[in-house]
Design a protein around this ligand. Structure first.
Ligand code: 4FV
Length: 269
């Protein structure tokens, strides 16, 4: 087993189906990753298993109490010292592909899912190693954020994406957006697949894909271009893109509307 996720939550059942399907479900079956949910309420010693209380100093909403969380984390850490405790919160560092790759080098992650206005500050002081945010918006709970993290991190575990694939090929790998993808039919409602993709000329195909990845990144996420390690050829392609009148997404020269003559796939591919 390569990676264990222990999830501290008040709603363990939220995790059954999202993490039971498809790639992640198979990764659990193959024993590549292990996912355990721990109900924080089971660690409340108070009557009615209370886990939240009113904020000192007044104000709206409730705060998650420190004791049940402390007992829950200590029960998990007692089984495995080399764990890293992550609190999912809007106040955390932005989650991205680089952070996912770094976390995938760990063997045991404890994910703390907040609810209400969040956790008592002493949870952070005493137990949290890292705070991570999946985005600048407020969720009703940290559970969905924990699922996003588990999905993105697990993709780096060898064997999770299947033998031939590795997360290293993904977009954002070198922080460019993905190139456009096509599959059959060749002509859909008058929109044809760019010819180059049916040419069998692999260097022309990878050049086209590189150029379209650069174009899409230039149009949609120019901020990513700054930190992308661009080759000399990339810079030439980018000049062509910037100087080409056509700021369409896919260069109309190649894709888009089928030239009348070519409505059928060449040699019925
Ligand atoms: C969140 C985020 C998030 C805040 C209040 C849970 C909620 C509630 N977590 N990235 N954005 N958490 O909105 O990670 O306790």
């Amino acid at each position: 087993m390569r990676m264990r996720f222990d999830i501290l939550t008040l709603f363990p059942s939220m995790f059954s189906s999202p993490l039971g399907e498809s790639i992640l479900g198979r990764a659990v079956e193959k024993g590549l990753i292990q996912i355990q949910t721990i109900n924080i309420r089971d660690f409340s010693l108070e009557k009615h298993q209370v886990v939240d209380d009113a904020p000192y100093g007044g104000g709206q909403g409730m705060v998650m109490k420190v004791e049940p969380i402390a007992r829950a984390i200590e029960s998990v850490k007692s089984q495995n010292q080399s764990s890293r405790t992550i609190y999912l919160t809007p106040q955390g560092k932005p989650f991205n592909q680089d952070l996912a790759r770094r976390l995938s080098t760990q063997t045991h992650l404890i994910l703390l899912c907040g609810r209400y206005e969040g956790v008592d500050e002493r949870v952070r002081d005493l137990f949290v190693d890292e705070e991570i945010s999946i985005g600048d918006y407020v969720l009703t709970g940290g559970e969905l954020a924990a699922m996003v993290l588990i999905d993105a991190v697990s993709r780096f575990i060898p064997g999770v994406l299947g033998s031939d694939r590795s997360a290293e090929e993904d977009s954002f790998f070198n922080s460019l957006l993905e190139y456009p993808q096509y599959t059959r039919p060749f002509n859909f409602r008058g929109r044809c697949v760019p010819e180059v993709l049916l040419s069998g000329n692999h260097s022309a195909i990878s050049l086209w894909r590189r150029k379209e990845a650069l174009r899409r990144t230039w149009v949609r996420r120019p901020d990513l271009l700054e930190k992308a390690n661009l080759s000399g050829e990339d810079k030439t392609l980018l000049e062509e893109i910037e100087n080409s009148s056509d700021d369409g997404e896919v260069s109309s020269a190649d894709g888009g509307v089928c030239p009348r003559a070519k409505s059928q796939a060449p040699n019925n591919k």
